[in-house]
Each structure stands twice: as C-alpha cells, then as structure tokens.
Design a protein around this ligand. Structure first.
Ligand SMILES: Cc1ncc(COP(=O)(O)O)c(C=O)c1O
Length: 387
C-alpha cells in the first residue's frame, strides 16, 4: 500500500502546494511541508465520492455534523482516554485555524502565552495575530527529560496560556505523563489554560506512547483546549478539517461565538467532515499500516543521515519529520537549504526563526512521509552533493 507505485507523481505535481511538488521545478524532491505523498485511505475516497455523487452540498449545521462530533468523542474515549461530550466538540476548518481560534477566544492584546522553542510557526503566528505576546520556552532538540517546573519562571501576571505541542514538531519529542503532570501543575498554580495541539498524536513510534494531557486528571481536562486534525494521520490537508474539544459549556460557547460559524462567515465544509468521520470510523487498520511504513522510513532516514559528514540526527519519537543538526557542515541552515535545492535537487525546511523559532538555527527539517524509493533517492543525492 505504501510503495512508490502508489505515489502518483503527476497528480502531486498538479495538486500538492505549500512548498511541495506543485511549487518546485521538475526534478526536485520536496521533503518540505509535513504532508504525505500517499493517497488517502480508500474508505475516505469512497465516502467523499458517494456524498458528492448525490449532488447536494447544502449548508451543514454550524456546530458541525453530529456524526463527526460523535466519532471524535468515541475516538477520544477509546484511544486517548479522555471523555469529551459531542456537544463540546467543534469541527473547524483545520488544526491551524483551531490554534488561531483558541488564541482569539482566550487571549487579549498584551496577554502572554508560553510557546515552545523550537516549535511549528503556527503558535507564534496565532498568538501574535491576536495582539498577544509569545514567550518562548526552550526545549533543545534531544532533551531527554523536560523540566516543566522551569516554565514557572516565565509566568507573569499577563500570562494566560501554555501552548503544548505534543508530539513536538519539529523535534519529534513525545512528552511523558511525568513531564505533562509538571506542566499541569504550573498551569494549575497560576490558573492558566493549556492549548494542546495533538495533530501528531497518532504518529508515535514504538516504544514511545502518547499521553493526551487532558487524560491525566480532571483538573488537566478542565483547563485544556484540545486541538486535533486530519492532515498528518490521514493525508487530508487540502480538505482543511480539524476539531477543537473542550470539557465545559463556558469554553465551548466562547470558542463557538468567536468562530463566527453561527453566521456562516466561517465553518468547516461538509466534505471535510465526511472524510474525517470516515477516517475515525473506518481507517484504523490503514493508519496502522501507514505507521509500519513510517517506522521503516524513520529508521532508514536516521541511519542514512548519520552517515553524512557534518550531519547528526536523533531518531524522532513521533512526527514524520527528521530534525537534523547540521552544525558540523559549518554552514547556516539557510545556506545548506539553498545548496541542497540547487545541487542535490532536494527541498528541505531550514531552521529559521520564521518557521520554528530562534532555537532551530543549526538544524534543517526533512519530512519522510514518502516511499522508500523516493526517500532513498533524496538521501543519496544529499550525501553525494555534500561530499
Ligand atoms: C504542530 C502542528 N499543528 C498544526 C498543523 C496544521 O495542521 P492543519 O493542516 O490541520 O492546519 C501542523 C502542520 O504542519 C503542525 O505541524
């Protein structure tokens, strides 16, 4: 299922944007945005086609399709061990929008939110977009045990929220219950909300295990706004679908009113919701197969990258990205990215502050959600052109 035959390059060249195939010159292999090269699972293809064939695309309910809210509640109960009532789950048009909407709902200009460093740019972007201040908490790549009690030093009277990204893109760190309990203790002591972005929570490699922060105890569940999405696990990025899950009516009402869904100005489209429902209800075995493939790709990637002079790569515990320390090459991440693009014809993401924060310099990020053939070719080209 996850061979080079299933990767349809001609279609990717037409349809895969966001720094990927459709945006790059022919011959360049994009290991950039974390977006799978494989088509989505067949049950999703069929469900979307069936719905489309009926020819009706009427307005859906502003609070989301009941079947998706129910499927998310079941998924969170069975897999993540958190009780979320369907009426407190809001499907939104992507995890990215979920992060922004949570910031918009709970932060005012001048408020502070703690974000990790390095971390995906969406956190800083969303916090700043609503006029709040993003305060970075350093988690250097390779940190074995994060001491979240240190977060307390960053808390001021303006602090309102801790933004948790677990697993952590780009370093692939998966947080343990002990680490998360320390984070919750700080949040509790200072009455802070926890924004928990769990879009990567299905992509965790053995022997590591995922813990949803809200599953730890009732106090954690009460103050957590959970955000999830379907772009990473199920390859549905272009359908722009995600969800926000909360524990109580007050949080739900705040988010729902801020979302403008009730006015139809915003809302998640029905096809995305049909696809997401099918993913949760019918695609667990597909996801298990995908994970088996990713585990092999991760190992291949880490082995080959560590053979390259000047590169050093720790195996990610989660996420399908490798975050490579390139300081041994003597180059900046921007110069190396340029060299790889021009000489090796491989596109990667440089560790620039604009993508991941200040703590990312000296690193490049590479996505490995592709076939073994494409990945081997890319790694071969990188190695050959750095010699
Ligand atoms: C940590 C994290 N959150 C959110 C997103 C965005 O997901 P979506 O496509 O659902 O907006 C990404 C995508 O790279 C991500 O890495």
């Amino acid at each position: 299922m996850f061979t080079s035959n299933t990767v349809k390059l001609a279609l990717l060249k037409q349809r895969a944007y966001n720094l990927r195939w459709a945006t790059l010159p022919d011959g360049v292999i994009p290991l950039t945005a974390a977006d799978s090269d494989f088509p989505c699972a067949e049950p999703i293809q069929e469900a979307v086609a069936r719905y489309a064939k009926d020819g009706y695309f009427s307005y859906g309910p502003p609070e989301g399709l009941p079947e998706l809210r129910e499927a998310l509640a079941v998924h969170y109960q069975e897999i993540k061990r958190v009780t979320y009532l369907p009426q407190y789950i809001l499907p939104v048009d992507s995890a990215a929008f979920g992060i922004f909407l949570t910031c918009q709902s709970f932060l005012s200009p001048g408020d502070e939110a703690i974000i990790f460093d390095p971390v995906d740019f969406l956190f800083r972007y969303s916090v700043e977009a609503v006029g709040a201040i993003a305060v970075p908490f350093a988690i250097p790549p390779g940190t074995e045990k994060v001491d979240f009690s240190q977060l307390e030093q960053l808390v001021t009277p303006q602090t309102k929220m801790i933004c948790l990204c677990n697993p952590l893109n780009p370093t692939g760190k998966v947080f343990t219950p002990t680490e998360l309990l320390e984070l919750v203790a700080v949040a509790e002591k200072h009455n802070l909300l926890i924004l928990s972005d769990e879009i990567w929570s299905d992509i965790v490699f053995k022997p590591f295990a995922y813990t949803s922060v809200a599953s730890l105890n009732e106090e954690a569940r009460r103050r957590t706004i959970t955000i999830t999405g379907f772009s990473k696990s199920y390859g549905l990025a272009g359908l722009r679908i995600g969800a926000i899950l909360v524990s109580n009516a007050a949080h739900f009402q705040k988010i729902y009113h801020t979302s403008l869904h009730q006015s139809t100005i915003h809302g998640s489209n029905v096809l995305g919701q049909i696809a997401a429902t099918t993913a949760l209800q019918e695609c667990r075995s597909w996801l298990a197969e995908f994970m088996l493939h990713l585990q092999v790709m991760r190992d291949l990637c880490v082995t080959k990258l560590n053979e390259i002079e000047g590169f050093s790569c720790i195996a990610p515990q989660g996420c399908y990205v490798a975050f490579i320390n390139i300081t041994g090459t003597g180059m900046t991440s921007a110069d190396l990215q340029k060299l790889l693009l021009e000489k090796a014809k491989v596109a990667v993401v440089p560790g620039l502050a604009q993508w991941f924060g200040e703590g990312a310099e000296g690193y490049i990020r590479l996505s490995f959600a592709t076939s073994a053939e494409i990945l081997e070719e890319a790694l071969f080209r990188i190695n050959k052109n750095l010699l």
